[in-house]
Ligand binder design. Structure first.
Ligand SMILES: [Zn+2]
Length: 241
C-alpha cells in the first residue's frame, strides 16, 4: 500500500508494509534513497496509521533534507583508476589499464579490481566491469543458494535462479517459483546476500508478505531484521552504477 503525506507545500509518498513482529504501533524509516517506509503491526487501523505519520511529519521532512544533503555530495561514478568499487562487501580500488596488445580482461589482484581494456572510455569500462560482476555473481550466488538451501529442510533441491539487473530491488520470486537475483547484489556483504536468498526461498512456500511468510522467514533467519536494515542502508551506494 502506498500513501501520501502533505507537509507544508511538499507531498511525500510512502509505502506501508505489515510487520507482524512489530511491538510498537508504527515504525517509520527514511532510507538513503529518500524512500519512506512505514512498518505497521497487522492490527493497525488506517486512522492510527495516519495519526502516527502526521505526528512525525516534521521529523520525516528533516530526515529527507539530511538525505538530500548527503546525496548532493555523492559523486556519480566515473570508472577511472582510483575510484572505489564494491565486491562481496569489500571496497576495492579500480585500476584501469589501456592496452591495444593485451586481451581485455577484468580480475581481482592485490586488493584491486584491474580492468585491461582497449578503450578507457567510461562507458566501455563500465560495460566490462558490469560483465565481470555478472559472471562473478552467477557463480557466487549458485554456491550461496546451495548452502542456504541445504539448511531449509522442506527444500529438496536447489532451485534454479536467473540474474536480472534491477534498479531498486535485490531479488524477486515469480508465482511460478522462479527466483530472480540482482547481479549488483554481489557488491553486498555475504550476510546480506544470504538474507536476500533466504527471503526469496521463503517465497517458494509463501508467495506474499503475510504473517505466515514472516514466521517462516524468522524461523530460517532469526536475525533477518538486523541484516535487512543493514542492506537497506547501503542500497543507494551499492546500486549506484
Ligand atoms: Zn518478498
Amino acid at each position: 500500500m502506498t500513501g501520501a503525506l502533505h507537509y507544508g507545500d511538499e507531498t511525500f509518498l510512502y509505502d506501508v508494509t505489515i510487520n507482524p513482529f512489530l511491538c510498537k504501533k508504527v515504525r517509520i524509516h527514511v532510507h538513503p534513497n529518500s524512500h519512506i517506509e512505514v512498518e505497521v503491526p497487522e492490527e493497525c487501523s488506517l486512522a492510527e496509521l495516519n495519526q502516527a505519520i502526521r505526528k512525525r511529519a516534521r521529523w520525516i521532512a528533516k530526515q529527507l533534507e539530511a538525505v538530500r544533503q548527503v546525496r548532493a555530495h555523492t559523486l556519480p561514478r566515473e570508472y577511472v583508476s582510483g575510484e572505489t568499487h564494491f565486491y562481496i562487501g569489500r571496497r576495492f580500488q579500480l585500476c584501469v589499464t589501456e592496452s591495444k596488445e593485451m586481451p581485455s580482461n577484468v580480475k581481482l589482484h592485490a586488493g584491486r579490481i584491474e580492468v585491461i581494456t582497449r578503450s578507457t572510455d567510461p562507458a566501455s569500462v563500465r560495460r566490462r566491469l558490469n560483465d565481470w560482476y555478472k559472471a562473478k555473481s552467477a557463480d557466487y550466488f549458485q554456491r550461496r543458494l546451495e548452502l542456504v538451501t541445504g539448511n531449509i529442510s522442506w527444500l529438496e533441491r536447489t532451485p534454479p535462479f536467473k540474474l536480472v539487473p534491477m534498479k531498486k530491488q535485490w531479488g524477486s520470486c515469480s508465482p511460478s517459483g522462479v527466483i530472480h537475483l540482482n547481479p549488483w547484489l554481489i557488491r553486498a556483504p555475504v550476510d546480506c546476500i544470504d538474507y536476500v536468498i533466504t527471503h526469496e526461498l521463503c517465497h517458494l512456500r509463501e508467495h506474499n508478505h503475510s504473517k505466515k511468510y514472516y514466521e517462516l522467514l524468522q524461523r530460517h533467519h532469526p536475525n533477518w531484521q538486523h541484516v535487512k536494515a543493514k542492506i537497506d542502508g547501503m542500497a543507494e551506494l551499492l546500486l549506484a552504477a
